[in-house]
Structures are given as C-alpha cells and as structure tokens.
Design a protein around this ligand. Structure first.
Ligand code: 0GY
Length: 296
C-alpha cells in the first residue's frame, strides 16, 4: 500500500475569526510513523501528519484547542494521540479506540494522558468488525471515568444501531451526524430521521462537521449549510464542530481548511450559537473542571 496524502500544506486564512478559546473537536494525527507505526489492519496508509503540523494549523485557523480522535489507521494503539496531547501544553484532549479486553489500569492511564472518550467505528470500509456486545461492555466500563462514547456510522445504520445506542449509559457524540444525505434539504428523509433521533435522545450530541464529505455540490457547500443550520439552532447545546484534518481518505478531493472554517458563521448564525458550538459545548465535554471553574 502506498502512503497517501489527504491534506493541503497551504490552507487559506479564513475570513471568519473564531472566538478566543475555540475548540476543533474532530481532528487526527497520523504518526509520525517512525515513532508511532500504523496498524497492520489499517485500510489506508497516510503520510505523516504529526502534532507539530496539527498545532500549526490550529494557530493558522484561529483555534485554541484540539480534540484528537484516534484514526482507524492506528488501530487500538493510542500512542500517537497521547503523544499529541502530551505536546499540546494542555490544549488538547483525545478520544481513543480501545481493545475491548483493555484493563481498568490501562483505562486509568489513558485518562491520565488526556483521553476523555472512546470511539466505536461502524464504517465497513475502515474496520473489519464492530462487535456491539463488546462495545457495550466498554461503554459501561468507561462510565466511572466520566467519559463519553463517540460513534461513527452511516445513515443507513441509524435504525439498526438505535437499540445499541439506547443501552449506552453515557453521553454519546455522533461523528458527522451519522453521514446523512444533505442534498434533500433539512426535512429530507435522512436529516429528519437524525433530528428526530436527537429529539428522542437528550444524551446524544453530534459534530456538525464534514461538509466536504457530505455535500453533493462541493464548495461553497450550500446544500450542507441549508440542511445543517436548522439542526445547530434546535440542538444548540449538543453540537460540536471540527475540521477533520488531515482528512483521512480525501486524497482525491482535498479540502481547504480555511474554507471549512468560513462555514461556521453560516451554520451557527449568531455570536451566541458560535460560542456554544466552539467553546461552551466542547469545554463542558472535554475540559469540564476548567469550564466549571471559569463559570464561577
Ligand atoms: C473521519 C472520517 C474517516 C476516517 C476515519 O478513523 C478513520 O480513519 O475516521 C473516513 O474515512 O470517513 O472522521 O476522519
């Protein structure tokens, strides 16, 4: 497998300036491979995109913090994201992918390293298996740490996964809204099904991210904006935003990260909504102690 490159080295400077303290809640690191090898089960082999590059992009885009999500190419070896968190000077936290047989002391060590959630990935093109029964056991075991569960699936699985998600005792964050078809507007069948799911499940949050994957039209992503802005308004206390840098598997349509940031004021159409999306919501989930202290 040859190593692919799915990001640009020269993203534009966004016109929109995120408020001070803004959090990019969905990004990854790839390696660097010399220190942090990819999994033998990886479905893609990316070029190195390590913490220095991530933090340079964070600063360029005007963000303050990152939530680094374990990418499938690193399997259940979380050392690359732990390395990024350790180098961030307190400005990154992480979401791990764990082997269901992980011990409690190993979970405690991940917590000490800045991990605040586990990710369950149901995309067949990214992982070989997704054992719901074992995931559920993991979800029950991480509850004591105050973590949440991040789930990545595509819209055709929403109904099938609903009983599984209802059995999870913690908060749940759904990556990229469960990848709905945004081309049919906010009340198109998949967007409506997802909004109804959020209405019925107050412990479920979502990332309103990945216009570049979900838009049928491409930049400037009008279909995505039209479908997603009403969701941001309705669920304003349960939405997060992220760049998805370094955009795994997007080598044939590499997005401009600056243009993605410029979507934020179109999705969250007031300063108040932007503050919730970029600061209050992610801080409550990933830096709760710091957030509570700041509120006093
Ligand atoms: C994303 C999307 C993708 C990849 C991964 O873990 C991963 O490899 O999440 C994808 O290919 O859709 O959220 O980064």
């Amino acid at each position: 497998m040859s190593r692919i490159r799915s990001w640009t080295d020269s993203p534009s400077k966004p016109t929109y300036r995120p408020p001070a303290g803004a959090v990019d809640t969905h990004c990854h690191v790839f390696g660097p491979q010399a220190g942090f090898p990819f999994s033998v089960k990886a479905k893609y082999l990316p070029q190195d995109a390590g913490p220095d590059m991530l933090f340079a992009l964070r600063d360029h885009l005007g963000f303050s913090r990152n939530v680094v999500v374990q990418a499938s190419c690193h399997g259940t070896d979380n050392r690359a994201i732990l390395n990024a968190i350790a180098k961030s000077e307190g400005r990154a936290r992480g979401v791990a992918v764990v082997d269901p047989s992980i011990s409690n002391p190993e979970l405690d060590a991940l917590h000490a390293g800045g991990i605040r959630g586990v990710r369950f990935n149901f995309l067949r093109r990214l992982v070989d298996d997704a054992p719901k029964d074992k995931f559920l056991e993991v979800a029950r075991r991480i509850e004591r740490l105050g973590w949440h569960v991040v789930i990545y699936f595509e819209a055709d699985l929403l109904d099938e996964l609903t009983p599984f998600m209802e059995a999870i005792p913690t908060d749940i964050v759904i990556d990229h809204m469960g990848r709905p078809d945004v081309s049919t507007g906010p009340d198109g069948p998949e967007m409506l099904a997802f909004r109804n799911f959020l209405r019925a499940h107050p412990n479920v949050w979502t990332k309103v991210s990945c216009a570049e994957r979900l838009s049928a039209q491409g930049a400037p992503f009008d279909d995505f904006v039209e479908s997603v802005a009403p969701l941001v308004e309705e669920f304003q206390d349960r939405v997060l935003w992220g760049t998805d840098w370094p955009h795994p598997n997007m080598q044939d349509a590499i997005p401009d990260d600056g243009a993605l940031v410029d979507l934020i004021p179109r999705l969250a159409r007031s300063k108040e909504l932007q503050t919730k999306l970029l600061i209050s919501n992610p801080m409550r989930l990933y830096w709760p102690e710091e957030w509570e202290e700041e509120q006093q």
